[in-house]
Design a protein around this ligand. Structure first.
Ligand code: MRU
Length: 363
């Protein structure tokens, strides 16, 4: 996608395969900074501190993390150690374990001396596949939006899509998952408007989704996380599209905390004579076929400081972090929740759109 009119991806290797560059997402939207990641240790840091985040991007970052590690040591013992370290860096997004597993399988089959070269090539392949998958998701999702837009009962207003967290191009290598259909619809001339839930505690909606939609010129409005249900009752939401960190074989959707409440509210409200459709847009590596239900997902518990404080610019334009709860209070911070398949209208993948009960057809 474009930043200030220039095409940009979220991660890319240097031409000589010695380091990787990333956009530091902890600085957005207040600063656009590119960081050089030169070692496995720095990549683990980038993933765990969320300089890179979003399930597909975490997977690609981990693949490049393995490539960086192979510059240091190509032995079997180190390969196993590196895999363990990367998988532990963030637990919920299955793309991380998927990408690491794929790299380990390919590298184990190689003589030690060729591992370094193969690792960089394979990481680049995983990145390219992500881009192609997201582009295809965009097309399938666009068809859905187009047909709903045409069947909309009230014609003289934009098609309102609510999203949560950031599942745009910043969460992937390019294009995004939940936002890919929105970009495609906007580019095709459909009048879309996006309700962007701010997504406390880290504000990925307010900081990242709003920023990238603005870069692309897509009309949008940031709302508090609790406003979605009210807007649905007012008939102001035509569709919900979110990304996911993991979808289980039965169609349960694990995504950023608060997604479940949006799905419940969509299920309880009617628009254009139907329940408000709730879709998750995911590339196939986000589907965890090994888990039969979302109840088995280990949810990441992050530091309570993310809840007890908030970041923003002060009136002088200086970035400040301020405490927002009493000094005596503690904070809990479960980062993801599971939306049961019964609340999900469909899963948009690169292979097409599937009802949760038919998800196996996408295997
Ligand atoms: O904690 P984050 O910012 O990594 O969480 C990201 C999300 O929850 C996204 O919605 C999800 O990973 C899908 S990304 C295409």
């Amino acid at each position: 996608m474009k930043v200030a009119q220039k095409h940009c991806r979220t991660i890319w290797p240097d031409a000589r395969c010695k380091f990787v560059q990333i956009i530091d997402q902890t600085k957005l939207p207040f600063a656009f900074e590119i960081v050089r990641v030169q070692s496995l240790e720095q990549m683990v840091h980038a993933i765990s501190t969320m300089q890179v985040r979003g399930a597909p991007l975490i997977g690609v970052a981990a693949a490049y993390g393995m490539a960086l590690a192979m510059l240091e040591d190509e032995s079997d013992a180190y390969l196993a150690q590196v895999a363990e370290l990367l998988i532990a860096s963030r637990p919920t997004a299955v793309n991380l374990a998927w990408a690491v597993g794929r790299m380990v399988a390919a590298l184990q089959a190689m003589p030690h001396t060729r591992r370094n070269f193969t690792a960089w090539r394979l990481a680049a392949n995983i990145a390219e596949e992500d881009v192609a998958q997201n582009q295809a998701i965009g097309q399938h999702g666009f068809e859905l939006i187009k047909s709903m837009y045409q069947n909309q009962l009230i014609k003289d207003r934009p098609f309102n899509i609510l999203t949560h967290c950031n599942a745009g191009w910043l969460a992937t290598v390019d294009f995004g998952t939940a936002l890919a259909p929105i970009y495609a619809a906007h580019d095709a001339g459909i009048k879309v408007h996006v309700w962007v839930g701010e997504t406390r505690p880290r504000n990925q909606g307010a900081f990242l989704t709003a920023w990238e939609l603005a870069q692309h010129g897509v009309p949008h409005t940031v709302i508090t996380d609790n406003a979605g249900g009210h807007l649905m009752q007012q008939g102001l939401v035509d569709m919900v599209i979110v990304g996911a960190d993991r979808v289980t074989a039965n169609g349960d959707v694990c995504n950023k905390i608060g997604t479940y409440l949006k799905a419940l509210a969509a299920f309880d409200n009617i628009v254009s004579n139907q329940r408000i459709p709730f879709y998750a847009a995911v590339p196939s590596p986000t589907i965890d076929w090994a888990l039969t239900s979302g109840k088995d997902i280990k949810i990441e518990e992050r530091n309570g400081d993310e809840v007890s404080s908030i970041q923003g610019l002060d009136k002088g334009g200086k970035l400040q972090t301020v405490r927002v709860i009493p000094l005596e209070s503690s904070a809990a911070n479960p980062a993801f929740d599971v939306t049961p398949a019964r609340l999900v209208s469909g899963i948009i993948t690169e292979k097409g759109v599937f009802a949760p009960q038919n998800l196996h057809e996408c295997k």
